[in-house]
Design a protein around this ligand. Sequence first.
Ligand code: IMP
Length: 454
Amino acid sequence: MTVTIVGAQLGDEGKGGIVDLFGEPADVVARYQGGDNAGHTVVHEGVEYKLSLVPSGAVRGKIGVLGNGCVVNPRTLFDELDTLADRDLDPDVRVARRAHVIFPYHRVLDGIEEDVKSETDDEVGTTGRGIGPTYEDKAGRRGLRIGDLTDEDVLRRKLEYVVPQKRALAEDVYGVDVGEEFDIDALFEEYREYGERLADEDMLVNAGDFLAERLDAGDNVIFEGAQGTLIDIDHGNYPYVTSSNPTAGGAATGTGLGPDVIGGGEIIGIVKAYLSRVGSGPMPTELAGVEGDTPGYEGNAGEREEALATEIREAGGEYGTVTGRPRRVGWLDMPILRHATRASGFSGLAVNHIDTLAGFDELKIGHSYTLDGEELLTIPATTEEWGHCEPNLRTFEGWDDADWEAVAADGYDALPANAQTYLDYISDELDTPIYAVGVGPGREQSVVRERPFE
Ligand code: IMP
């Protein structure tokens, strides 16, 4: 059977922990979108690995697949594989021949466009990994696919077509001098070798065929969505989005399996019990604000709200992993979750960070919005309208800190009664059962009600 894991909010919901928790019986972990813009830390036998392409399950002996919907930077892929090999780990990673290749010029162009947009404060805040420019080339039918790296004639012909266009874009449109990232011969040599290595190491697959065979043979497969619903290119907060579909439909188009396969399995929405956001854009339930990120922030949210925001930020560790920048925090936002539940058809939920919210007298949840005098239960389609939404907050009684490991061991009924009320409200509003509740960062710090593979 299959289990698809999707972030229900803005990324950073704790998807990795849930893949770990539910993934034990899985034989294959497949990614269906995105590239090395995702990041996860895997601890294996006491050693910590930071990975962005190799699925974490592959370090634990499962087959990792990068599906056709992914964009793959072979430099990153082989860097990660070589680092793991240095530690005597030899993960079995397969790459779809139909996946698109991120070239060095994509990264350069990603950076140039962000710089230009930043002059008018319009930058997206991308990860700079060349994700958007690579998907642009895919849609523009000028991209190179992983399978092209194994055919020298095709590789050279395609590079000769596309690289001069990219060079002209950088130099003539943006006025930027470029280097060997745009050198056809250098690119040909380096990427031809990647093609050879992919073939020699038997890493190339037709993803749909490969996965269908494994499912026919009775394997369990996890589809691991990266990023989150509100960063989806179609269903997210455009243009502050990534260039792929993290929502569950992406698991079909991004692997070559039918929607019946994805929908016939479980689709789990991962929810953080409050909301956090990196960078700019609307956030109606935001508690206080972060200078430089919150639109129109003037530090005037009021002492109580500022204190609450700081407390949740500290307790939840809501600081950028790379930059250390504070993330924006706010109350749980139900319009976002209704939108995500509809877009992906969640069959179950995992709600993380219930321990982070412990110790408050009361908590709020954004039940709906008011826009132009009307109540909205889900988010409006334009970012501008979303920015004008006022949240209608409901108040919930708080719960005390607890021995969370004991709670995890004893099950759902051991959760504080007010936490259960909070969780039951979410489940009822979304008409979706809660399969797991995160009460701490470790795998054993989860209350499990339902294991989707069992
Ligand atoms: P890109 O995916 O690098 O093009 O970045 C586009 C947007 O998606 C930016 O706002 C990024 O911060 C966001 N983003 C990309 N990957 C992740 C992720 O793994 N977690 C959270 N946000 C992400």
